[in-house]
Design a protein around this ligand. Sequence first.
Ligand SMILES: NC(=O)c1ccc[n+]([C@@H]2O[C@H](COP(=O)([O-])OP(=O)(O)OC[C@H]3O[C@@H](n4cnc5c(N)ncnc54)[C@H](O)[C@@H]3O)[C@@H](O)[C@H]2O)c1
Length: 266
Amino acid sequence: MSAFAGKTVFVTGAGVGIGFGLCRAFAVAGAAVALNDVDGALAQTAAGKINATLPTPAVTPYAFDVAEVTAVQNAITHFAQQHGRLDIVIANAGITQYGKFLDYTAADFDRVMGVNLRGSYFTAQAAARQMVALGAANSHSPDGRILLMSSVTGVRAFKNLGTYGVSKAGIIHMARVLALELGAYGITVNALCPGAIVTERTVADDPDYAQKWGGVTPDGRAGEVEDIVAATLFLASPAARHITGQTIQVDGGWSLRSPIPEDHPD
Ligand SMILES: NC(=O)c1ccc[n+]([C@@H]2O[C@H](COP(=O)([O-])OP(=O)(O)OC[C@H]3O[C@@H](n4cnc5c(N)ncnc54)[C@H](O)[C@@H]3O)[C@@H](O)[C@H]2O)c1
């Protein structure tokens, strides 16, 4: 499949998990991909792992922290200028920091907001600036796609996950306000809300993660990275050109009632 041949895609927080799956899928579909991670060695290894499976290398690692606005701008500008275009950007990097509201510290609040909310906002801004500038330079309106990674915790309240939930709710509204401003430039902005997804991190936190969350999800299973990848590939495709400012929940129906496993730690 080469549905994204000739396209360029930038994905943040992609050394493992959902972001890594996205980089692999877009590279397999023919795109040139920038793979970011705050862990530089991991970014390098992850890009190498995908490139080893391709006829020609398509993935370039970029090491930076999405909370550092200048680093975000420099990397996105570098990648876009090198290819002379920027088509799809996925602000995927996000961190979870559990804590009771009564004990939560300003430092933890600032870090979660810095990565999840500010990181997504300025990733989107740097991307949109490049899409607009390169579209104008090449005398066409860009067919740009900005995708933001929210979470079901942005639509349903979770105990001890308040700051994360607030940041993810903010991302849903971010998709709406950016869509309004960027529509005129030919750029759509949408958000995805993964439910309980089996990744390296979630399984390391709880080896029975898949079984427990499968037990409380209407379709009877926890999500896989492939489920998020499939929805993202659609929103990034030309077929989704008339969808903007929206949020898709990819959660097997979990948020319809939102039950949590009995022994889930509070
Ligand atoms: N896994 C799930 O069940 C789930 C559910 C809902 C939402 N999400 C959201 O999806 C996204 C990806 O989740 P995941 O579980 O695959 O991620 P993850 O926690 O496994 O992290 C993926 C990568 O992001 C990198 N990263 C962390 N902070 C960063 C930063 N400041 N700058 C750049 N890279 C950074 C990490 O080093 C890691 O390699 C996140 O935004 C997360 O909130 C995940």
